[in-house]
Design a protein around this ligand. Structure first.
Ligand SMILES: NC(=O)c1ccc[n+]([C@@H]2O[C@H](COP(=O)([O-])OP(=O)(O)OC[C@H]3O[C@@H](n4cnc5c(N)ncnc54)[C@H](OP(=O)(O)O)[C@@H]3O)[C@@H](O)[C@H]2O)c1
Length: 262
């Protein structure tokens, strides 16, 4: 098994894609180092992973706080003496028109989705260079085109592409996979931040009908194994991406017909 005995750091392992990734990698007998803010849920994930045969370490991390990320990184580096794979998964969704969204909200989304990932990567990259390891970063299909009511979210994911694609050029000894899911069935819309900083609190229709998180995680695991540079995990959203790339007027024509919560 490719992941057996590998030490893998996953952020955002309390829910959705991160939790599903932890389960998938636990089945492969990896050593897991998991972080998130909700410790009770993190313990639940860890217990389930342990039952699947993994060695698991957990620690609180708030990806919006540099001091918390530094503490987590220092702790992560000493748990198993090495790090083979870093999966930058933690993230928050956003709902609200760009014109109505407070700048503080834009900054908050950027802190968690972009600066948090960058900070943790910079702190752990010396260990990944030593192990000739792997970084996976969960972007989004919204990292490849803009989308309604997700201006800051889409911007944060586009920014990840600039940073991690540059890393692919500068650090060939560390493989980097940029993952672009479409709609995946998780709590992301429920947990999304609104234009004035509240919680969206709704399971959007598109989310509810999205790809199951375990199916998404299985595809991510294969992409890491195959050292893919970029993958898109999506269904009907792919057509939008195709038109955005090859015939942009049709992208705008179609996008206008898709509801913001669709
Ligand atoms: N679901 C989709 O349709 C979709 C599509 C494209 C990309 N993605 C991306 O996939 C990743 C995972 O999202 P998901 O869909 O699984 O959503 P989710 O179910 O809401 O899970 C988000 C995870 O991120 C963690 N997180 C959020 N803010 C954090 C913070 N400040 N510090 C530490 N951890 C934080 C949460 O843990 P705590 O709250 O416990 O801290 C949770 O474990 C995100 O990067 C998201 O942008 C999702």
């Amino acid at each position: 098994m490719y992941f057996q005995g590998k030490t893998i750091v996953i952020t955002g392992a309390t829910s959705g894609i991160g939790k599903a990734l932890a389960f998938a990698l636990a089945k492969e007998k990896a050593t897991l180092i998991l972080g998130a803010r909700r410790m009770e849920l993190l313990e639940e994930t860890a217990n389930a992973c342990h039952e699947l045969g993994a060695t698991v370490y957990i620690h609180h991390v708030d990806m919006a706080q540099l001091a918390s990320i530094e503490t987590f990184a220092q702790w992560a580096a000493i748990q198993n003496g090495n790090i083979d794979i870093l999966i930058n998964n933690a993230g928050i969704g956003q709902r609200g028109l760009a014109k109505d969204t407070a700048l503080d909200v834009d900054r908050q989304v950027m802190e968690v989705n972009f600066f948090g990932q960058v900070a943790l990567t910079k702190l752990l990259v010396p260990y990944l260079i030593l192990s000739k390891g792997h970084i996976a970063v969960i972007s989004s299909i919204s990292g490849l085109f803009g989308w309604y009511q997700r201006s800051a979210y889409s911007a944060s994911k586009h920014a990840l592409h600039g940073f991690f694609e540059t890393l692919q050029l500068e650090l060939p000894e560390v493989s980097t996979t940029i993952i672009c899911p479409g709609r995946i069935r998780t709590e992301i819309s429920v947990n999304a931040i609104t234009s004035c900083g509240g919680q969206h609190g709704l399971m959007d229709v598109g989310q509810a009908n999205g790809i199951p998180a375990d199916v998404c995680a299985a595809k991510i695991v294969v992409a890491i194994k195959n050292k893919r540079k970029l993958i898109v995990i999506a269904t009907s959203e792919r057509i939008l991406l195709w038109f955005h790339t090859y015939f942009r007027p049709l992208f705008f024509f179609l996008a206008k017909r898709v509801k913001a919560n669709g």
